[in-house]
Design a protein around this ligand. Structure first.
Ligand code: ZN
Length: 178
């Protein structure tokens, strides 16, 4: 069963971030977002902090957020992993990985919500919902498997039905019409 009690909140948080960072083209620039939000994104190969099988994690030191992602993954997976960690930060989940309290770690709905956030950040449904998955993967530079896993988010009944959606759509208008 599709489980996403915070579905709208999650995607609108992602869209608001795209609007705030004036992202108007694909592939979405994660460095522009992290720069604007003053989040430092670090390749794991430079510090080797991730555990086996861990794609990314986020943590805070003083007031600064950091994301470590596995840069040995394919580029599309790297982008999804970093965007997933941005999701944990912007959705208020707190730190992930080794330093977070065990109870907060691996809660299924938080992981699902962070995945949903990543998808809506890198390929917002209000822009791409009518595209073929292969086209989304190619232009947005995200793994096809992540689109397939989350494709429920592209079933949309009310196209451009909210002010936030319209604002984001207008921001991407030039790009979409190219
Ligand atoms: Zn996670």
């Amino acid at each position: 069963m599709f489980y996403a009690p915070y579905y709208n909140l999650v995607r609108e948080t992602a869209w608001q971030l795209l609007i705030d960072c004036k992202i108007d083209a694909f592939p979405v620039s994660l460095s522009r977002i992290s720069g604007a939000a003053r989040i430092k994104i670090i390749e794991n190969s430079s510090i080797s902090r991730l555990a086996d099988g861990e794609d990314g994690r986020c943590f805070r030191i003083d007031k600064m957020w950091y994301i470590i992602y596995d840069d040995m993954l394919g580029l599309e997976y790297q982008r999804f992993a970093a965007a997933h960690e941005l999701g944990h930060i912007f959705l208020g989940h707190g730190q992930t990985g080794g330093r977070s309290p065990p109870k907060a770690r691996g809660r299924p709905h938080r992981e699902f919500d962070a995945d949903l956030f990543a998808l809506e950040l890198l390929a917002p449904s209000c822009i791409v919902q009518r595209w073929e998955p292969e086209r989304i993967a190619e232009l947005c530079r995200i793994p096809l498997s992540c689109i397939e896993k989350m494709k429920i988010t592209y079933i949309e009944e009310n196209f451009l039905g909210s002010p936030l959606k319209r604002a984001l759509y207008n921001q991407f208008k030039k790009y979409v019409k190219k």
